[in-house]
Write a protein that binds this ligand. Sequence first.
Ligand SMILES: Cc1cc2nc3c(=O)[nH]c(=O)nc-3n(C[C@H](O)[C@H](O)[C@H](O)COP(=O)(O)OP(=O)(O)OC[C@H]3O[C@@H](n4cnc5c(N)ncnc54)[C@H](O)[C@@H]3O)c2cc1C
Length: 468
Amino acid sequence: MSTSTDHGRPDPEATSPTANSDGRPVSDRGDTVCVIGAGASGLTAIKNLREHGFGVDCYERETGVGGAWNWRHDRSPVYASTHLISSKPFTQFPDFPMPDSWPDYPHHGQVLSYFERYADHFDLRSHIWFGTEVIRVEPVEGERWDVTTRSTGGYGPERTARYAAVVIANGHNWSPKLPRYEGLEQFRGEIMHASSYKDPAQLRGKRVLVVGAGNTGCDIAVEAAQQASRCWHSTRRGYWYAPKYVLGRPADQVNDTLLALRVPLRVRQWLYHWTLRLTVGDLTRFGLPKPDHRVYETHPIANSQLVYYVGHGGIGPVPDVARFHPYAVELADGREIDPEVVVFATGYLPRFEFLDASVFGDSAGAGRPTLWLNAFTPGHPTLAVAGLLQPDSGLFTLSHWQTVLFARLLTARRDRPERAAAFAQRVRDRAGERYSGPVKESSRHWFEVGHADYLRAVQRALVELEGK
Ligand SMILES: Cc1cc2nc3c(=O)[nH]c(=O)nc-3n(C[C@H](O)[C@H](O)[C@H](O)COP(=O)(O)OP(=O)(O)OC[C@H]3O[C@@H](n4cnc5c(N)ncnc54)[C@H](O)[C@@H]3O)c2cc1C
């Protein structure tokens, strides 16, 4: 089916040279599918496409697999103490369990070794071009794609190859989202985004302000509580800080049991609320702001230590930052504090620099495509995005099923075009559908999905595609 060598790599003898509209040479890769990125989502895309009989060329800008979890990569957001926030069974690929001997919440080093084992077990590395970044992805006639690559860092010549389909698995946790504040440029202290935070030694003995209450912001505040001479934690609103364990089980496993029993959202909110009342209690007693939303209306924060360190005086909760002065930070309540280091744990934004914004109908180029199942874009049936999800559980299972669906769609295009056409119509009709309850409007929640609702939607799509 593909024009690959035994190793799945483009074979100059087997590819037929052609040219694109600019006259640049293009090697035609026939039915081969291009996968961009070899993190969790790219690896599972290679595996599932190969299992469905497709040739795959994967391009990875770094020199190893694992994406965000490979701490050796320049853009990896993990820090020394990063552990999974989602527990093992709700994170792993369904056909490749993590070892029983591993803890409920493995360390990032274990997660990387998990990907390395996955890549070896399914023999994926031979399909990956490491140290190669994709710089352009352009639709061409016949619903095919011209993919232009070069060595990471811009060395060497550009090469263009033509593919039958493309999976974009470039991740959305590497491009820092930095807030703007009046006076920030004049501030004389150290400013860093959480992506540059690697080790608690960076905070030792210093006065630290951590901005942002996502899971990363809470982790860093907890580390500052133990290492810094002083720690302030600034949040825009009050949040529900859930423990990582409930009734002796990882909290996501308890939540999943309730979802499996189809307990309605309101009842789950009530139960969750009372669990928090019984464990961490009334947050306002600790000086934390009262949440302005119900449980599940913001991305869950799983952190058993934050409230503990607030209770011990190690973390001082403070409101939003109003503006920066050269040697002080003014808070929304008028108070001034004097941190030496400010860590912005303000999240990341997706970027698709290699793609014209019109492909996703994202005219503002904001990185928020309108997709069905967070994966399929109207008008481009041979393009899929994998991993553009912010689930209330782990992500790998979801990326696995997304890419199984795409592999079956490509198979249907060949064998049952009428079913593929019906699928394309569903993409047009349902792009933008949400798979979570109501959530606060914020870029943090652009890709929020409830894993149970999401997996049910993918399952329905598979059934509709295959007509079983
Ligand atoms: C601190 C932190 C904790 C997290 N905890 C969890 C957790 O507990 N559970 C969970 O499921 N998820 C967690 N996540 C989310 C995490 O992003 C996913 O687990 C997972 O890494 C996503 O995999 P991915 O393959 O989609 O993206 P990535 O892991 O980001 O991989 C994308 C790959 O694409 C490559 N790439 C990008 N652009 C190009 C290009 N132009 N050309 C070639 N290659 C390119 C990158 O180099 C990278 O290797 C966490 C994230 C952070 C930041």
